[in-house]
Design a protein around this ligand. Structure first.
Ligand code: DGL
Length: 362
């Protein structure tokens, strides 16, 4: 398949890859023709263990180390030269801005290495969509970055972690995934970081992209893409976190019948630089909340109108006069992803005009 000289160069690159990733000399033989993929493990159910094989809820997340995850899927060696790093070992409900910055900086360092072709990040499913979107906005490479989790712990009957991990590694090793932005691979499906969301507390098909649709499938150890995101991502974004040591405080208030101003006032008093209002319907603002949001804006906080509904365009000047209130409309981002974009926007500007542009760009 490769000319002798090319084979020699690839073998050297692969050996360098294993050495640079801190893999010991006894590492499995590398296949020169395969891509070099680094698995960054952060915890979650994919690394979880239960009391018995039928324990699919009430298990302990984040107990199995990355080398054990790799050893449990020897088929990985057929699709890529794989090394692993344990970046964190947490249940993802505990993911923080600081974790995100650490992870993103490690991803950018690794992808800048010529002997790293792609990255897989194993992650708890609870906040997986958020980490994926954050990375979609700050990774400065066209190389594939694929997030993967599991809905069942590693000890469960028909655990989905091993096949999800295998699919994610082969996707990260595939030329088709280059330049597509950060991807999520679960349940044999390929999803875009911007739109994917967890839709079920426990079933295997939990990760979906309702209405706008998934990007493709993984079938027979091959990825098949049928669409790609139209929004800017990775190398095409204006965000650079290389020198960022903390992200601005942005919080989310939830809209519902009989909601009052207490949450908004409390977040502003605590120093929030941005408020995401997850409103009912098309981001409607209850009359009792508007004065608190206006006061927040007057104190310098950026207010973004989002919707708790989950799908559809949040129309600017629809259910509220955003021009007059100087608020920002979230477009199609759900509240948790609107929070991520606003945090990064605030590292660049406090202009609502500029921030609205960003919500129509990313
Ligand atoms: N504690 C949840 C988390 O780490 C478990 C859910 C999962 O990973 O599937 O996100």
């Amino acid at each position: 398949m490769f000319r002798p000289k090319r084979r020699l160069m690839l073998a050297a690159g692969a050996a360098l890859f294993l050495a640079s990733a801190g893999v010991n000399a006894q590492a499995p033989a590398v296949a020169p023709g395969l891509a070099n993929v680094v698995i960054l493990a952060t915890g979650g159910t994919i690394a979880g263990t239960g009391a018995s094989s039928t324990t699919t809820v009430g298990y302990t997340a984040a107990t199995v180390g990355v080398q054990s995850l790799i050893k449990a899927v020897p088929e990985l060696a057929k699709v890529a030269n794989v090394t692993g790093e344990q970046v964190f070992q947490i249940a993802s409900e505990n993911m923080s801005n600081e974790h995100w910055l650490t992870l993103a900086k490690r991803v950018n360092v690794l992808l800048a290495q010529p002997n790293v072709d792609g990255i897989v990040i194993t992650h708890g499913t609870d906040t997986l969509e958020e980490t994926a979107y954050f990375l979609d906005l700050v990774v400065k490479s066209r190389k594939p970055v694929v997030l993967v989790g599991a809905m069942r712990p590693s000890t469960a009957l028909s655990a989905d972690g091993p096949i999800n991990l295998y699919n994610s590694v082969l996707l990260a090793a595939s030329p088709e995934a280059v330049g597509k932005g950060v991807l999520v691979a679960m349940n044999d499906q390929i999803q875009a970081a911007r739109e994917v969301t967890k839709t079920n507390t426990s079933t295997l098909d939990s990760f979906r992209t309702p209405e706008l649709g998934m990007l493709g499938y993984i079938q027979g150890s091959k990825p098949f893409f049928y669409r790609q995101s139209t929004r800017k991502h990775t190398v095409d974004t204006e965000f650079d976190i290389s020198s960022v040591i903390s992200l601005p405080m942005v919080e989310i208030v939830y809209g519902y019948a009989n909601v009052g101003p207490v949450a908004v006032d409390a977040f502003v008093a605590a120093g929030a630089k941005g408020i995401i209002h997850a409103g009912v319907g098309d981001g409607s603002l209850a009359a009792k909340v508007v004065p608190a949001l206006k006061a927040a804006r007057q104190k310098g906080a950026i207010v973004v109108r989002a919707s708790r509904v989950g799908q559809g365009i949040l129309a600017r000047n629809g259910e509220a006069n955003d021009d007059e209130l100087d608020f920002v409309a979230a477009d199609t981002l759900n509240p948790q992803k609107a929070r991520i974009l606003l945090m990064l926007a605030l590292t660049k500007t406090s202009s609502t005009r500029e921030i609205q542009r960003m919500f129509y760009t990313y």
